[in-house]
Ligand binder design. Structure first.
Ligand code: ZN
Length: 397
């Protein structure tokens, strides 16, 4: 039995408990969360911490496979420049890729991340995920801009998904983005999603280049497809729809959906979203560190709050971020959106991510019977409950 006391305990799904005491079994299962009087005395067997205790974090969007690209890409190049770089760099010696993934997995664990929604294009991360202390849901990502590629891209995704499942790892097939998936590939993914009811995820409105490609059929994405990959883009019909509506057209409303990034999502987009889907199973996964790295922009967080969207947080990959740390993402948001309260930020980092990945029966909050992991945050301004650039995380359980 562990008895952990702290200045504040944030349960993840309700208001903080001042002078809280969290009781857990040796295996980390929560027994209870107690509130103590201001004048309580020290007790034998209780570990006291000055700081804030929170549940283990959920990283809702990562690409473990790209970990070997840490510090290899140039930042602030915009989406056209970034995908061009990834295209050139992503092929590497498998041993090197594996080592980088193992290190990233260990560092995420040490940074208090208990569960990850990880985008994969192959089964290469399977051995890392099987041995990991972190729980993974894998989004097996299909892409193929040209319709002639649909069959092959979908078959590869099914093959990889089956490899994950056969290794005892949960996985679902998802589209990469509205601009990199043809209508015929979208239809195959849709059919599969209706059948298996898997969790869906898609990169949405990550760059202005995406808007330009949908509106005019020009810009950095058109250039990348034509000149870097050498594709014929003559079938592309610009001006037909928005990126978000294209995704929504093919992604069944019954399936849970993570819309990732949303850096350039407008109020009209949110209205379209609200007309077409329930908020209950729709999540906006924000990756502010990656958005600053690639586009030097941040998503309209106040707009999402105004529309009461479910927000969760992701790190994206080490190709477009300096670290895989949910705390770092929270600090970035706190600094740029000072109106967001710590309780809300923690709900994004914990319980909302757990709900998005269908693991909230174990992760995301300190309800009795769950085993969410326990993190201590130090360097928090306790008077006004704000994270600072000095806030650190230490995993207690
Ligand atoms: Zn991503």
């Amino acid at each position: 039995m562990r008895k952990l006391a702290a200045t504040y305990i944030f349960p993840g799904n309700r208001p903080p408990v001042k002078n809280g005491l969290l009781v857990c079994d040796d295996d980390g299962t929560v027994v209870e969360l107690q509130e103590r009087a201001d004048n309580w005395c020290e007790e034998a067997g209780v570990e006291y911490y000055s700081g804030v205790i929170v549940p283990g974090f959920v990283n809702a969007h990562c690409h473990l496979e790209l970990s070997h690209l840490h510090k290899k890409t140039e930042d602030k190049t915009g989406m056209g420049g970034f995908i061009g770089q990834i295209n050139k760099l992503r092929k590497a010696e498998p041993g090197l890729v594996l080592k980088a993934m193992q290190l990233a997995d260990r560092l995420m664990w040490a940074a208090g991340i208990a569960a990850v929604g990880d985008v994969s294009n192959s089964g290469i991360s399977i051995p890392v995920k099987q041995k990991s202390k972190t729980t993974y849901h894998t989004f097996v990502e299909a892409f193929g801009f040209h319709p002639s590629r649909a069959e092959r891209a979908f078959d590869l995704a099914v093959q990889a998904r089956n490899e994950f499942n056969q290794s005892g790892l949960p996985a679902s097939i998802v589209p990469h983005s509205p601009y990199s998936v043809s209508e015929s590939l979208f239809m195959k993914i849709q059919e599969e999603a209706v059948q298996n009811r898997g969790i869906l995820s898609i990169h949405n409105q990550e760059s202005q280049a995406e808007e330009q490609f949908f509106k005019e059929g020009t810009g950095p994405i058109a250039d990348h497809l034509q000149h870097n990959i050498g594709l014929d883009v003559s079938h592309w019909q610009a001006g037909r729809s928005t990126p978000l509506n294209t995704a929504l057209e093919f992604l069944p409303v019954e399936n849970t959906l993570l819309l990732v990034h949303n850096t350039f999502t407008s109020e009209n987009d949110l209205k379209d979203l609200e007309l077409q889907r329930s908020k209950e199973n729709t999540f906006l996964a924000l990756c502010p560190g990656s958005n600053l790295y690639i586009e030097n922009a941040l998503p309209p967080v106040e707009l999402f709050r105004k529309h009461r969207m479910n927000i969760c947080l992701g790190t994206d990959s080490l190709a477009s971020n300096t670290a895989l740390s949910i705390l770092k993402e929270m600090i970035t948001l706190q600094q740029n959106f000072p109106d967001v309260q710590l309780e809300e930020l923690i709900s994004w980092a914990c319980v909302n991510g757990a709900e998005a990945l269908h693991i909230s029966n174990t992760f995301g909050s300190f309800d009795a019977g769950k085993k969410p992991g326990v993190n201590l945050l130090t360097g928090v301004q306790l008077k006004n409950l704000q994270l600072t650039e000095h806030t650190k995380v230490k995993r207690l359980l």
